[in-house]
Design a binder for this molecule. Structure first.
Ligand code: UDP
Length: 243
């Protein structure tokens, strides 16, 4: 075990991190790949809580536009999708010998514990990976906000926002070849830029509670471990540049 830059970490994995580009559902290889990455930081001694998205199954906002159901119901469907992903992540982590607990913000007591803050902290102290499903339990927000909320509640040192790009760029690197990656950003730059990387509510909550955010490419093997060892990977977001 090396020296850790962060002891307690909340890692937000989007639903798209569990499937191949432009597909939906859960892909076995992607799931196993991300689990192997997670194992590297658990083995390093990090106390890890995961917040799992559900965009690979249902995005409430999109669904409500396509079919005639109330938006709130569509969002609840989205939250249930995150529970499905949480169970998949749990099983594959357990198959790697990692002790886990799923806690859901929506009661699904046959398959997961209810979210109980103090219990979640206890699991972390015992070295279990806690997987938060069900988002915040409330419609009209996203799992990014859930990640910021849980990070604040459990006293995390950092929020890792796993993405499929190398960080936050000055422009869309797919469209503009001169786009450059920001190594550092302040919360205010992030908020003023209305960046799509993470929703504003989440960033504001991190700012208010002093939780630094690291945005990095989770599809690149070894990145997660590099970040917890204190290497500068991706874009770091804090109160000031370099904080
Ligand atoms: N969702 C919600 N409340 C929450 C978290 C999620 O209503 O606290 C719903 C929302 O409809 C969202 C869907 O669940 O579109 C899936 O979550 P998200 O879009 O955050 O997943 P990701 O994009 O990270 O895969």
């Amino acid at each position: 075990m090396g020296k850790l830059a962060y002891k307690r970490v909340v890692l937000k994995i989007s639903g798209e991190g569990l499937c191949r580009p432009d597909t939906t559902g859960i892909d076995a290889e992607e799931l196993e790949r991300i689990a192997a990455e997670i194992k590297t930081i658990v083995d390093e001694g990090v106390e890890l809580a995961l917040v799992v998205g559900g965009g690979n199954i249902v995005r409430g906002g999109d669904l409500a536009k396509r079919i005639n159901i109330p938006a709130a119901s569509a969002h609840y469907m989205g939250m249930l999708g995150t529970v499905i992903n949480a169970l998949a992540v749990q099983e594959v982590l357990e198959s790697l010998g990692i002790d886990t607990r799923v806690q859901s913000a929506i009661s699904v007591s046959r398959v997961a514990e209810d979210f109980v803050r103090r219990r979640a902290i206890r699991h972390l102290e015992k070295g279990r990976v806690v997987i938060f499903g069900g988002g915040t339990g409330n419609p009209f927000v996203t799992t990014d906000t859930c990640a910021a909320l849980r990070a604040s509640e459990i006293g995390a040192d950092v929020l890792f926002k796993a993405t499929k790009v190398d960080g936050v760029y000055t422009a869309d690197p797919m469209v503009d070849p001169t786009a450059k990656r920001h190594e550092w950003m302040t919360y205010n730059d992030f908020i003023d830029g209305r960046l799509k990387v993470m929703d504003l509510t989440a960033v504001v909550m991190c700012q208010e509670n002093g939780i630094p955010v690291v945005v990095f490419n989770v599809k690149q093997t070894g990145n997660m471990l590099r970040v917890v060892r204190g290497e500068h990977v991706g874009t770091h977001v804090g109160e000031t540049v370099g904080s």
